[in-house]
Design a protein around this ligand. Structure first.
Ligand code: ZN
Length: 416
């Protein structure tokens, strides 16, 4: 049987068939150095012509019906975890205060994935692929969402997850990982050394590695959000999608999903992606027009997008050059303030990285940049409960009142 999919190196164009497990292009990755974004990241491609020839009628409906299996690197949908991954709500928000917008705002709430973040989309595909290849141990380097996502998905799939973490990672972040029963390997070093060590251990022990921009299949999970958006907008593409950007994997996933639909002739253009980075961690936006990548040390409270060396830099750059992007930088103050607006006006409490995307939206809104009737999406990638510390500083929990109604009277009067 012909391979269902194959890989193509984004740098040299070499192709690799999918019969062997492969991570980076063997040629382009030889000279990779720890202080620059890796070369040789692979893109997963499908026989688009054959897929579109399957049926003459509505191709997208057919793909949707088979849960997009034709566009996934899997043999069967049954290999996926029983937990509901993806199919998250898309909320149409009419206003933030009394005034209706005049344009359309949709919030894609991916905090409603099993482990409360977008990362489950990637973990589910990687885990299902491992299951189909009789691999029972999956490893990742992470301090937060990716680690807890892999741990949770592996728990559902009866697989073993091993998460390499920098020893200085805060305990609270590791609790979720350990509750799912994953093994943590604390590394006396940075995230980057944990990343490199996880790859060495993968080779030595024959495990399977989930690291993003290393394992090409993580993008294949993340891209599913674009199929869902197209479906939820009744087979329309939005005008703008605000995406939080750190290492460039989520934004590439969003592009890849629409690129698949473009390759199949289902859509005729890719929507404008608005790449939102924190001012303190803007190594993609700052380098996008430069020939040589220069890293600036990152510092932002939005830890999920705090990145020194964006691992998927080259793919992101290619997508941005091939299609269309708008970029915006937001400060930590804007992120926290956007988080409060989002929580208090919509009832959705998002983590700082997701609030960064919403801060980007607010900046456009206040500048009056949305055309009447335009459809605008904000991708909310994770739950605010994952990082309570980030917003503690704007919360003032009052001192207790005495348990009598007079005290309540006085208390309320004081706060009028
Ligand atoms: Zn290559």
């Amino acid at each position: 049987m012909k391979d269902k999919f194959f890989y193509e190196c984004i740098d040299c164009g070499r192709t690799y068939d999918s019969t062997e497990i492969i991570y980076l292009c063997k040629e382009c990755s030889i000279h990779n150095k720890p202080d620059s974004p890796p070369k040789g990241v692979l893109k997963t491609l499908y026989p688009y012509k054959e897929i579109s020839n399957h049926v003459a009628c509505d191709l997208f409906s057919k793909l949707e019906k088979n849960k997009f299996l034709d566009l996934l690197p899997l043999k069967s949908i049954d290999s996926l975890p029983f937990l509901r991954v993806g199919s998250t709500p898309l909320y149409n928000v009419l206003s933030l205060d009394a005034e209706p917008f005049g344009f359309e705002l949709y919030l894609k709430d991916d905090s409603q994935n099993p482990t409360f973040s977008f990362k489950d989309r990637a973990s589910a595909i990687v885990s299902a692929f491992a299951k189909e290849h009789n691999i029972d141990t999956i490893v990742a380097a992470s301090t937060g969402n990716a680690g807890s996502s892999l741990a949770g998905i592996c728990a559902a799939q009866k697989q073993k997850a091993i998460i390499f973490v920098p020893a200085a990672a805060p305990k609270a972040k590791l609790t979720q990982i350990m509750m799912y029963g994953a093994q943590i390997v604390p590394v006396d070093g940075t995230y980057d050394s944990a990343f490199d060590l996880s790859i060495e251990a993968t080779k030595k022990y024959g495990w399977y590695n989930r690291n993003t921009a290393f394992n090409p299949l993580t993008i294949e999970g993340k891209k599913t959000v674009s199929y869902e958006l197209y479906s939820q907008l009744e087979q329309n593409i939005p005008d703008r999608i605000f995406v939080p950007v750190g290492d460039g994997v989520i934004i590439s996933g969003v592009y890849k999903g629409f690129e698949d639909l473009l390759n199949l002739g289902i859509i005729d253009k890719i929507p404008t992606i608005v790449a939102v980075q924190a001012i303190g961690s803007s190594n993609i936006i700052n380098n996008i027009d430069k020939n040589n990548f220069v890293s600036t040390p990152s510092k932002t409270l939005a830890d999920s997008i705090s990145v020194d060396i964006p691992r998927n830099y080259w793919m992101t750059k290619k997508y941005i050059k091939d299609f269309y992007v708008e970029t915006i930088l937001v400060s930590d103050e804007e992120i926290i303030s956007a988080s409060k607006v989002l929580s208090s006006r919509t009832g959705i409490f998002a983590e700082p990285a997701a609030s960064a995307a919403f801060a980007g939206f607010l900046s456009y809104y206040w500048d009056g940049r949305f055309k009447e009737g335009s459809k605008n999406i904000v991708l909310l990638t994770g739950s605010g409960l994952k990082d309570l510390n980030a917003v503690q500083k704007i919360i003032d929990i009052p001192a207790p009142v005495k348990p009598d109604i007079d005290s309540v009277d006085k208390f309320l009067a004081k706060r009028k």
